[in-house]
Design a protein around this ligand. Structure first.
Ligand code: FAD
Length: 429
């Protein structure tokens, strides 16, 4: 597949899916687009990634990589990168906002034994760099903002703002929460402000030595807000996310430089460890957290969606990017299925992925209520439930989430012939 000047779009013949010689154009070079690109590239597809920005980059923040995602990344040859730059937490530690009391401590010691792959905490830039190293440079095209696409039946044509155009057998919109591809397929749909903003920051770990932070992912729960922190970059940095409920978002930008004093004021009265971390940061950024209602479908003809473009969610299960990474693996498996034409393969992909991602979108939203309960009867009930041992809080209890192998196509019967409508019986991950 080549970049051609506008008006010089030549016709590619319809190819057989089984041959793995399909051309795939991925729009968006974030974690989702790049991991799908690498997955398809390694499976032998003629894949190219088109990114609107002049360079690939990620926000200066951390990311938790569940074993469901590290499984895929190991399969893409990134095991050494993750081991070198990632941090493997000993536990998830959920604590009370004021006295720091442990509400729940979930050991992660047996994650590899149970699921075969580690839980990692990483700097996003390290993850993106590892994905980029796997994909030959000539397959990533920066300064390519998609502005139009046409499905010709036997191929898709894409147009970019810079005047160039490409054609491909498959086009994948991995272009994030404001996806142009989704809008072209399904029309405009406003993202919802979730009533939460997040302050984020990175702090040299050395500066926080006096706090004696353990190597866990800690979640501090309090009325109307919560605070998360963990080590990244081989324990050289500590990442934090401080989430605060807020009625409206009035700034023009969805992300902005935050004010450390304002963040500290939001966490007035909180445990000294939380305030100590917040007070040590040089720069913090504030993000409005938006999500979208689950879509009824992701694919039309030869075009499909992936990642935040089709299932943006609150980050309260740390699964947005993990689901995008799973999407790329399943998409590759579906396009590799012998005997399926592209639209059928994309319907199979959607059938396998949409229910699972939608379920996780719902669970992430529910965690907002659970994390942010005001002190009172409901909070006491929550805390007692976590302390009682009546519920299995071990990682084994979420095997449906962390044990999932997105590279494997489960036998769910033939893909639906037509549009997957509301209420259609779909595979439940
Ligand atoms: P994006 O990262 O948004 O990438 C989309 C790309 O497409 C961008 O590079 C953009 O420039 C490009 N683009 C857009 N439009 C066009 C166009 N028209 N043409 C060409 N290119 C275009 N997830 C986890 O798994 N674990 C976590 O711990 C975690 N923590 C989080 C904490 C916070 C505070 C937040 C806000 C999110 C968190 N997430 C986490 C979610 C995760 O960050 C996202 O789900 C993930 O980054 C989405 O990746 P993506 O590639 O789908 O989209």
């Amino acid at each position: 597949m080549e970049n051609r000047g506008r008006g010089d779009l030549s016709v590619a013949g319809a190819a057989s899916v089984a041959a793995n010689d399909l051309s795939v154009a991925i729009v968006g070079g974030g974690i989702g687009g790049l991991s799908a690109g690498l997955s398809l590239y390694r499976a032998g597809f003629d894949v190219h990634v088109y990114e609107r920005a002049a360079a690939l980059s990620e926000v200066g923040a951390g990311i938790q990589i569940g074993p469901n995602a590290s499984r895929v990344l190991h399969g893409l040859g990134l095991a050494d990168d993750l081991a070198e730059m990632g941090v493997r937490p000993l536990a998830w530690h959920q604590r009370r906002w004021d006295d720091g009391r442990t509400l729940l401590r979930t050991s992660l010691g047996a994650v590899v034994e149970i699921f075969g792959f580690p839980q990692y905490q990483m700097h996003r830039a390290d993850l993106l760099a590892a994905l980029m190293r796997g994909l030959p440079g000539e397959r990533v095209h920066v300064s390519h903002r998609l502005v139009g696409l046409t499905d010709r039946g036997d191929r898709v044509e894409a147009e970019f703002e810079n005047g160039s155009g490409v054609e491909a057998d498959v086009l994948v919109g991995a272009d994030g929460i404001h996806s142009s591809v989704r809008e072209i397929l399904f029309g405009p749909q406003e993202a919802r402000f979730t009533g939460c903003v997040a302050y984020r920051g990175l702090i040299p770990a050395e500066r926080l030595r006096p706090l004696g932070l353990e190597v866990t992912a800690q979640v501090w729960m309090g009325p109307g807000r919560h605070f998360v922190h963990y080590y990244v970059q081989a324990q050289r940095l500590v990442n934090f996310v401080a989430v605060v409920e807020q009625d409206t978002w009035t700034r023009e930008s969805w992300t902005d430089k935050g004010d450390v004093e304002a963040a500290l004021a939001e966490f007035e009265g909180w445990h000294p460890q939380v305030r100590g971390i917040l007070g040590a940061v040089d720069d913090t950024f504030i993000w409005a957290l938006f999500d979208r209602a689950p879509l009824e479908r992701w694919s039309v003809g030869r075009v499909t969606l992936l990642g935040d473009a089709c299932h943006s969610m609150l980050p309260f299960m740390a699964q947005g990017a993990a689901q995008a990474i799973e999407d790329g693996a399943t998409l590759t498996a579906c396009l590799s299925q012998p005997g399926l034409e592209v639209p059928e393969a994309l319907r199979l992909y959607e059938k396998l992925r949409l229910p699972r991602a939608s379920k996780i979108q719902g669970l992430s939203a529910a965690n907002k209520i659970r994390f942010h309960l005001p002190d009172g009867p409901e909070q006491q009930e929550r805390d007692e439930q976590m302390a009682s041992g009546a519920t299995d809080w071990s990682v084994k209890a979420v095997a449906w989430l962390y044990g999932h192998d997105a590279t494997v196509i489960e036998d769910t019967g033939p893909p639906a012939a037509g549009r997957l409508g509301r209420g259609a019986k779909l595979h439940d991950g």
